[in-house]
Design a protein around this ligand. Structure first.
Ligand SMILES: *Cc1c(COP(=O)(O)O)cnc(C)c1O
Length: 358
């Protein structure tokens, strides 16, 4: 992309933080206990209760949460793990950490989530898990994936609070990983969590997460969350329903603002939390991302690079087409009415023009 810098008035992502977070964190600082402790445990219990699992283990990131999940499932070299090419490289990293073989799957052209039919074709006697991201806040089609008989790890990094057939995502697979990175739905700056109904897996992850005070030595990790981060997490979780309501309100404005444009808009679904609002164009989105930047609005391809490109594997045509033509526009709770009206006008102008020129 061109390196011309424009003044960005509206960034693509922005955390929603306020006095609640400041208050919770300053209480933790006052308590004198800032590393992993009671507040991390309450954040874990609150997340498990919110999603509906037996328990949770907080970690330093979504990546470390996934790494520990794969370790706890004893997935190792010679094993295969299936996940979509259309996702961030965190998944590929975690699978590589345990030495397993990544097997990339195609996505559904409508939802852009992993395609269960394609997963089925890629199953082998070595398949040990399928990682299922609920991309952009829309639940993937879990039912046919779970019925394949291979453990499903739900990746809820973009979908905390989203539902599938009325049930919260993160409660239906063998385990679920979450991320609380700064740009996610709720944040702790950096952070992650594993949720599961398997006490055995949760206990193993709890054991692997820290290295100190073990009676026998084996390779361990330091993947802990701090009480300072968990304080922010608790404040954010209190606000989650309000965040989701605001995201859905803005999404409705976008649907009506863009209904004259001949482009594919996100799937409408009652369980969608609109972590991202992604439009599929008829052509390469890069020139339009630049045109929006000139108007002070930062847009992006919501997946930086599909994994088959990193791994130099051919044949992911659907993923390739969708990736190139995808345009993600800002959507987050702190956008004002002025902001989203300006976004709508700019998108209609930029994309409307491109359409007429054709
Ligand atoms: C952000 C993200 C991750 C990784 O989480 P980190 O906390 O950045 O390690 C994994 N999967 C998906 C779908 C994500 O969006």
């Amino acid at each position: 992309m061109k390196s011309v810098r424009h003044h960005i008035a509206i960034p693509h992502s922005k955390p929603t933080l306020g006095h609640e977070e400041i208050q919770f964190i300053s209480q933790t600082i006052d308590s004198g206990h800032i590393a992993q402790g009671k507040i991390v445990s309450s954040f874990e219990r609150a997340m498990a209760k919110n999603v509906g699992t037996k328990g949770a283990v907080a970690c330093s990131s979504g990546t470390s949460a996934l790494h520990l999940t794969l370790l706890a499932m004893e997935i190792t070299s010679g094993d295969e793990v299936i996940f979509p090419s259309y996702v961030c490289s965190a998944l590929l990293n975690a699978v590589q950490y345990v030495g397993a073989t990544p097997v990339l799957a195609e996505i559904d052209p409508n939802t852009w989530n992993i395609d269960p039919e394609d997963v089925k074709k890629r199953l082998s006697h070595r398949t040990r898990a399928v990682i299922v991201p609920h991309l952009f806040g829309l639940a993937a089609d879990l039912k046919p994936l779970i019925s394949l008989g291979v453990p499903v790890i739900e990746d809820c990094a973009q979908a905390v609070g989203a539902t599938y057939k009325g049930k919260k995502v993160g409660s239906m697979g063998f385990a679920a990983v979450f991320s609380f990175y700064a740009t996610k739905v709720i944040t702790t700056g950096e952070g992650g969590m594993v949720l599961s109904n398997s006490e055995d897996v949760l206990n193993r992850i709890r054991d692997l997460r820290e290295y100190d005070q073990k009676s026998t030595y084996r390779v361990g990790y330091n993947y802990k969350m701090t009480d300072m981060q968990a304080s922010m997490g608790l404040a954010q979780l209190d606000r989650l329903q309000g965040f989701i309501r605001k995201r859905r309100t803005i999404a409705q404005k976008y649907y009506s603002g863009f209904n004259s444009l001949p482009f594919q808009l996100p799937v409408r679904d009652d369980g969608h939390i609109y972590y991202r609002y992604v439009i599929r164009l008829e052509e390469n989105s890069e020139p339009h991302i630049s045109a929006m930047a000139k108007k002070g609005i930062e847009c992006a391809r919501p997946v930086y690079m599909p994994l088959h490109r990193y791994l130099k594997i051919e044949g992911y045509n659907r993923t390739e087409r969708i990736w190139k033509k995808s345009l993600s526009i800002p959507i987050y709770p702190s956008l004002t009415e002025n902001d989203f009206n300006r976004i709508i006008d700019s998108v209609v102008e930029v994309l409307g023009n491109s359409y007429r020129e054709d």
